[in-house]
Design a protein around this ligand. Structure first.
Ligand code: UDP
Length: 476
């Protein structure tokens, strides 16, 4: 392909407006832009990327949406209700029509030629709108390869009787998806909104099957078996798979702040500078998990009794229905942790995990958080809550053995014991060593000639080939 042709292509990207989806999509945009592709980011008004932090080299186009109303209607529900409502709102015909109009105008305006649209896997209506214009789509999977497989296996899980989960089979290994056990499966059966959830999973499968490629934010050395299975499965449909993670390290360094929906409180970095190497436990449950008042108190007392320095992200909406959860911290807690505890509303997480003072990460096992921790070699205390977090927690504890998986209710004594294992005891030594050795593997994957690096090269070539191969149907 001539060099001139290669420069003349544009990619449009449309992420789901959650932090855990926006970040990897914008990071992918950064990686593609760094390889010479022009980039347009489509976004909803809800959780729109902050204009002050937007990448100067990208174009941004807003698409009208009704997500705020959908989210407001879930007031009082849990984090999952909110996630499901937002997913349903982005499937609204008006939103897909809005995307279609933007894409049609981009196709009409010509140079550089729009090659494809990259979307989140659940955006089926948007994919159909693009297909109506003859524009191919690539699907970005923001979870692990293991979860990609898991979410495609629900028919099998019901057929073989793993689901609905019974009290008696919770510890049963799911032999088709090792190392998962029945208790690690996100079981829709007991949810009031089971149908919506199953619909979302089915949409994700449908979108992938109709796409021109699947991009997964993982790396070969982390999930070789899972990636092979996915490739074997999708090869039949002629869909290439690109494992290009960890994405946060593929794009320029300032992309983390640019992708953050909330303002990051940087005072914690100065505080970390005053702490001893590997002494601090960083605690964050991501952007959508909520805890109850009781759980907040148990976390607080667990941290207090651990005796370890800690940096704790208490997000503004961490406790549903509470304006300022940091003011809810139990009486006596502040005194008990004086001089060794810091609470912030939102942290520059990637920088925190890279800080030499951080020796452990207590996380809900969201996929971005997990990859960020893996990349920095920080061992993990995992307390997954729902969705893919459950399976990731199992991988952390049993497959990669880079962390302690704390299951069941959050109770201060259990928390204290888990922190001790992770950060100081002999029992945790192997965990800490394996976390450090996985860090080396992650870095090798990203090196020039490493598998993730090569996968980006292949992805860029694939995008250029799409730009030349598609026959567009846009009326002039
Ligand atoms: N994050 C952050 N500051 C915080 C907490 C989280 O920047 O104080 C970022 C974190 O680096 C990660 C994302 O928010 O990239 C959370 O994504 P993840 O997939 O881990 O969890 P989710 O929020 O989707 O449940």
């Amino acid at each position: 392909m001539a060099g001139e042709d290669r420069r003349a292509a544009r990619v449009a990207l449309f992420p789901l407006p959650f932090q855990g989806h926006m970040s990897p999509m914008l990071q992918l945009a950064g990686a593609l832009h760094a390889r010479g592709l022009a980039v347009t980011v489509l976004h909803t008004a809800f959780n729109a990327p902050d204009p002050a932090r937007r990448h100067p080299g990208f174009s941004f186009v807003a698409v009208p949406d009704a997500i705020s109303d959908a989210v407001a209607a879930t007031e009082g529900g849990g984090g999952l209700d909110r996630v499901l409502a937002m997913n349903a709102a982005v499937e609204a015909p008006a939103l897909a029509e809005g995307v279609r109009a933007v894409l049609a105008s981009m196709l009409r305006s010509g140079e550089p030629r729009l090659a494809c649209l990259v979307i989140d896997a659940t955006l089926t209506a948007v994919q159909k709108a693009a297909a109506g214009l003859g524009l191919p789509t690539l699907v970005l999977h923001t979870g692990s390869a293991a979860c990609f497989r898991l979410f495609r296996s629900y028919d099998m899980l019901y057929d073989k009787g793993y689901l609905p989960a019974q009290e008696s089979n919770l510890l049963l290994p799911v032999k088709e998806l090792p190392p998962l056990q029945v208790r690690d499966l996100f079981d829709p059966s007991k949810l009031p909104n089971k149908e919506i959830l199953m619909k979302i999973l089915n949409l994700a499968n449908e979108t992938t099957a109709s796409s021109s490629g699947a991009i997964i934010n993982t790396f070969e050395a982390l999930e070789p078996h899972e990636l092979k299975m996915i490739r074997d499965e999708l090869a039949d449909k002629g869909i290439p798979v690109f494992a290009i993670g960890p994405l946060h390290k593929l794009s320029p360094a300032d992309s983390a702040a640019a992708a953050s929906i909330l303002n990051q409180d940087r005072s914690c970095i100065e505080w970390l500078d005053t702490q001893a190497p590997r002494s601090v436990l960083y605690v964050s449950f991501g952007s959508v998990v909520h805890v109850t008042r009781h759980e907040l108190a148990e976390v607080a007392w667990g941290l207090a009794s651990s005796g370890k320095p800690f940096l704790w992200v208490v997000r503004g909406d961490l406790v549903l229905g509470v304006e300022k959860p940091s003011e809810l911290l139990p009486e006596g807690f502040e005194n008990a942790v004086k001089g060794r505890g810091k609470v912030v509303e939102w942290a520059p997480q990637q920088e925190v995990l890279a800080h030499p003072a951080v020796g452990g990460f207590w996380t809900h096992s969201g996929w971005n958080s997990t990859l960020e921790s893996v990349y920095e070699g920080v061992p993990v205390l995992s307390t997954p809550r729902f969705g893919d977090q459950l399976a990731t927690g199992r991988y952390v504890g049993d497959a990669w053995e880079i962390g302690v998986l704390l299951e069941g209710a959050l109770e201060r004594e259990k928390i204290q014991r888990a922190i001790a294992t992770l950060m100081e005891e002999k029992e945790g030594m192997g965990i800490r060593e394996r976390a450090r050795s996985l860090k080396e593997k992650a870095r090798m994957c990203l090196e020039s000639g490493g598998p993730s690096h090569q996968a980006v090269d292949m992805l860029v070539n694939h995008i250029y080939s799409l730009s030349l191969g598609s026959s567009l149907l846009v009326p002039l």
